[in-house]
Design a protein around this ligand. Structure first.
Ligand SMILES: Cc1ncc(COP(=O)(O)O)c(C=O)c1O
Length: 465
């Protein structure tokens, strides 16, 4: 492909690529082809002819289309009914349009004047999220690149709340974050980045399913205080990555209020339940927390990445992030300059993906997606109850369920590898109570109860093969 300006060839190339991708996803939706390739990285590099393209260039349009097809064939098919592995949204048209709009305008909502439309959209989307949490009147939100950065941002605010000098002077060395071992590893990463060290996360004792036991909060706080340490925050799962179960949020909120502690709810996956009257109760008490994160690229069907980091009080962000950069920031515009509220400098207008999803599909469509997928995990649980060869340790609360094929005991990971080789289904795994489980995260809109029945049958066949 020779170098020409965007407008000269984007119509021809764009239309052809879109047609190729749409046809590929259409096929994946029927369940044809492998859910994900199990080829090794060198084989994949060869199939994509990566050396050739890097060293020689010269790709023609037909070669580009062939590259796009091979790339898609090798990639995990999130629209495939057998895709049940990780919490990544099967992207939808509005998110794709948002990405296209961003790719063509390349506006960066760093300062308002640089990207007025993008900054206004991000603010409106954060407002929608805040309203859903119950913080519309007092809160502040920012769009950021993923739940990992969102958790870091929220915990940085919690640290400033615990010690107002920490942002300027560095970590004082006596700070501790409380979180159950089932919290996402980004909480430990954040602690390490903040200078608390991974060991600065106190692992809260939980029930057998990894949920915070509220009775254990008091002794944990007493123990930490007796060691002369200061608590930064309590982190609860809403819901936990591994099990999809929600911590008792209202009880943790009560404890935090009683003890003046910052309360952070990691809602990266499960905050989407807020838009469903049927499931909203799982997050009861979240409005009493201080911060939360909510990923659009999980249950709101946007492409990655798209996260809201949300705070109950606007003032929580006053002591952080703000920088003097005379070429960029003007004090009078501080309120509308998104770059003064997150860790990133340049970032895409992430809220656009949610805005267009709400506008084009409607909140009701997102609600039915969340309810449908949550219902599927219950379907899987019910199917398992009817059989003697499978067990599931709990009734699901979201679209995630851990289960085991009992005849294979603790060899579930080997079974999972065999299943991936087979190509029809893609599951993840999780160690619960030290034992390995198969884990289904039911994200695809084409998975149905029959697919789940087929899954169990295929597991048996693959195990016997
Ligand atoms: C509960 C929870 N928190 C945080 C994260 C990290 O989010 P991201 O992958 O968007 O950085 C995940 C990812 O699975 C998650 O499930």
């Amino acid at each position: 492909m020779s170098h020409v300006d965007l407008v000269d060839d984007v119509r021809e190339v764009g239309t052809a690529v879109l047609e190729t991708l749409a046809a590929h996803i259409e096929t994946a939706r029927t369940g044809a082809g492998e859910v994900v390739s199990s080829a090794d990285i060198d084989t994949v590099a060869k199939r994509l002819e990566l050396r050739r393209w890097i060293e020689e260039g010269g790709m023609t349009l037909p070669e580009l289309l062939s590259f796009v097809t091979t790339y898609s064939d090798i990639s995990a098919g999130h629209h495939h009914p057998g895709y049940m592995a990780h919490q990544i949204a099967p992207s939808d048209t509005p998110g794709v349009v948002a990405d296209l709009l961003q790719a063509m305008t390349n506006n960066i909502p760093l300062v308002y004047e640089l990207a007025p439309a993008a900054a206004a959209v991000d603010r409106a989307v954060c407002r929608w999220m805040l309203d859903n949490v119950g913080w519309g009147a007092t809160g502040l939100g920012a769009m950021t690149n993923g739940g990992t950065l969102g958790n870091l941002t929220a915990l940085l605010a919690a640290r400033s709340h615990a010690d107002a000098t920490a942002w300027r002077d560095g970590n004082p060395g006596d700070l501790v974050i409380f979180a159950p071992a089932t919290s996402h590893y980004s909480v430990r990463k954040a602690a390490a980045v903040m200078g608390l060290g991974e060991r600065g996360v106190y692992p809260l004792r939980t029930d057998a399913l990894g949920r915070i036991d509220p009775a254990e909060l008091e002794p944990a706080l007493a123990e930490v205080r007796a060691q002369g340490k200061r608590p930064v925050a309590v982190v609860a799962n809403g819901c936990a990555t591994g099990t999809g179960l929600y911590d008792p949020i209202a009880e943790v909120a009560q404890f935090c209020e009683d003890n003046g502690l910052w309360f952070h709810v990691d809602g990266a996956h499960g905050a989407a339940a807020l838009i469903s009257p049927r499931h909203r109760g799982l997050l009861a008490g979240i409005e009493r927390a201080d911060s939360t994160v909510w990923d659009g690229h999980k249950m709101l069907r946007t492409s990655a990445l798209c996260t809201g980091v949300l705070f109950r009080e606007k003032r929580y962000l006053d002591t952080m992030f703000k920088q003097d950069a005379s070429y960029l920031y003007r004090p009078e515009a501080e309120d509308v300059d998104p770059g003064q509220y997150t860790f990133e400098t340049s970032k895409a207008p992430l809220g656009l993906k949610i805005l267009l999803t709400l506008a084009y599909r409607g909140e009701a469509s997102l609600r039915s997606y969340v309810e449908r997928q949550y219902g599927l995990a219950t379907d899987l649980w019910e199917l398992i109850q009817e059989r003697a060869d499978f067990t599931a340790p709990y009734q699901p609360q979201s679209n995630i369920l851990c289960f085991r094929y009992e005849p294979w005991g603790d060899r579930q990971l080997e079974l999972r590898s065999r299943l991936i080789q087979d190509g029809r289904f893609y599951l993840s795994s999780f160690a619960l109570g030290g034992r390995p489980y198969l884990r289904a995260a039911l994200m695809s809109p084409t998975t149905d109860r029959q697919t789940l029945n087929d899954l169990l049958e295929v597991i048996v066949k693959v195990a016997e093969a």
